[in-house]
Design a protein around this ligand. Structure first.
Ligand code: ZN
Length: 507
């Protein structure tokens, strides 16, 4: 094929993909709206809208003409450099097409409808711990995702692999299992030593009454200072914090506030701002295309957890933030930086994943990772999920939920059809651990900058090493290139031990 022909073909696929992304970002807007203020009785019509648009996008993504163009393009010289913007675009489009073409439109539409209704039912039943009402919807969603996994499984060892691959390109259950098992033993040891320690923070500085309006102002201030661009985003409230991109210059974040918690809304904001700053750092010209999309969910999560925990829960961060926080909450003045730092890093087995400390957090993920595999490849029935959930919490964390909303119904993920998604959280922590080591090697000690509120060098480093590359590299290659090291959970474990052992006087 001549290079002029290849360039023309590329432009045709680009235009096609751009229109698909216009539709998809419109869908994302409907979903954002569904989570921010949908009138109680508007749900069913919204589900119809989402179903219809999902069907349309699926039709476009599986257009046979697109398939022909991509086959030709894949054999052209433009595809020769797999990690160049053009080569990666072709590789990414082809990968998505090959996946989508295996899924019948009827399955895609049934799934979209089940997920839209499922989330609404989840939201209305969670507060009453009404698992029985939610159960038939959950069963439908799990069965649809199993059906999808079966269609996609083909050469894979297990069905779960094909769900995992959707979020983390080319990751396999076996590899993830290996990486997690190294972490699991050390984490369990660390959490046990902490449990046996007679020392440690009390959590007292985080208790009290914290005006929600002031929490909002502080959260906004912090998000802006670390580098989240409000002129290309906004911060709202929802039941379950998230981040969504509605356009190249529209990356929205949502958090939730509690009057009796100083940290929940703030750290929800930091986490989601980390996600959004990744999106804001991608090339805007390539929005909705592989070169302007996240490398994987694990990489996405590495950005949110890095800002939330490795930066936001550091001593240096509070050296900078406390004087400002005291202006909003004068009661904090009676505590030292050391006390607040300790309290924000307190380790205690708990039931709610998104409130969990950094050490136990990964155990919450391991539980979900195991249960998901059993739902998709094993013989765990949805009816038995609450019991299996409680038993697993008992054995990993030594506690049992008293009700479903602090147990199996706490996360929106399964109601949203997101199965295979949870392990990417721990992968994100692992990636973040590696990125922090590499950033420090190249930028010098970060604490000095952070304590001055100078977040720019770190953000720019992340932009250069991670954000600007979009999906041009497969996730493990992107991280190992950025860190000049193979994938390893050791930096994460070293970081946790270095931070937590002194707090609990562990040798
Ligand atoms: Zn996240």
């Amino acid at each position: 094929m001549s290079s002029t022909k290849a360039t023309q073909l590329f432009q045709q696929v680009y235009d096609h993909a751009r229109e698909t992304s216009l539709l998809e970002s419109t869908l994302a807007l409907l979903e954002w709206d569904e989570h921010t203020g949908l009138p109680e009785q508007a749900g069913l019509y919204r589900a119809d809208q989402v179903t219809f648009l999902s069907g349309l996008t699926h039709k476009r993504k599986t257009d046979s003409q697109l398939g022909e163009w991509l086959s030709e393009l894949s054999n052209s010289e433009l595809a020769e450099e797999p990690n160049s913007v053009l080569g990666a675009s072709i590789r990414g489009w082809k990968r998505d097409f090959d996946r989508n073409i295996q899924l019948p439109e009827s399955l895609v539409k049934r799934t979209a409808h089940a997920i839209s209704v499922g989330q609404q039912i989840w939201a209305s039943t969670k507060g009453n711990n009404d698992f029985d009402t939610f159960l038939p919807y959950l069963k439908e969603i799990v069965s649809l995702r199993r059906e999808e996994a079966t269609l996609l499984a083909q050469n894979r060892v297990c069905r779960y692999d094909s769900l995992l691959d959707q979020y983390e390109e080319e990751a396999t259950t076996a590899e993830v299992d290996l990486l997690f098992s190294q972490l699991r033993d050390q984490l369990v040891n660390l959490v046990q030593s902490i449990g046996n320690s007679e020392h440690g923070p009390t959590g007292r500085s985080l208790q009290g009454t914290f005006d929600i309006e002031k929490q909002k102002q502080l959260s906004r201030w912090v998000a802006e200072k670390i580098g989240y661009q409000f002129e290309r985003g906004r911060l709202d409230e929802t039941q379950h914090p998230f981040c969504t991109s509605l356009g190249p210059n529209d990356h929205r974040i949502l958090t939730r506030y509690f009057q009796d918690s100083f940290s929940s809304g703030l750290y929800g904001t930091l986490h989601e701002a980390g996600h959004a700053m990744y999106e804001q750092g991608m090339p805007t010209d390539w929005f909705g295309m592989p070169a302007g999309a996240a490398a994987s969910l694990g990489v996405h999560e590495s950005q949110s957890r890095l800002w939330e925990n490795m930066i936001g829960r550091s001593r240096a961060f509070w050296q900078w933030c406390l004087p400002e926080a005291v202006k909003f909450f004068p009661q904090l003045a009676e505590f030292s930086i050391e006390q607040i730092y300790g309290d924000l890093n307190r380790v205690a087995p708990s039931l709610i994943r998104i409130e969990a400390d950094e050490a136990t957090y990964n155990l919450h993920i391991l539980i979900r990772f195991e249960l998901e595999q059993e739902l998709i490849d094993g013989d765990l029935a949805c009816e038995d999920l609450p019991q299996a959930w409680s038993d697993r919490y008992q054995s990993y964390l030594g506690i049992r939920p008293a009700n479903h909303s602090e147990g199996v119904m706490q996360d929106v993920h399964w109601a949203a059809g997101l199965i295979g998604y949870f392990p990417t959280y721990t992968l994100g922590n692992i990636f973040a651990g590696q990125l922090m080591v590499a950033a420090e090697q190249e930028l010098g000690e970060l604490d000095g900058m952070i304590s001055q509120g100078d977040f720019r060098p770190l953000l720019e480093w992340l932009r250069a090493k991670v954000h600007k590359h979009g999906r041009c590299f497969k996730p493990t290659l992107l991280i190992s290139n950025a860190c000049h090291a193979p994938l390893s959970s050791k930096p994460l474990m070293d970081y946790l031990e270095k931070k937590l052992k002194p707090l609990y006087h562990i040798a």
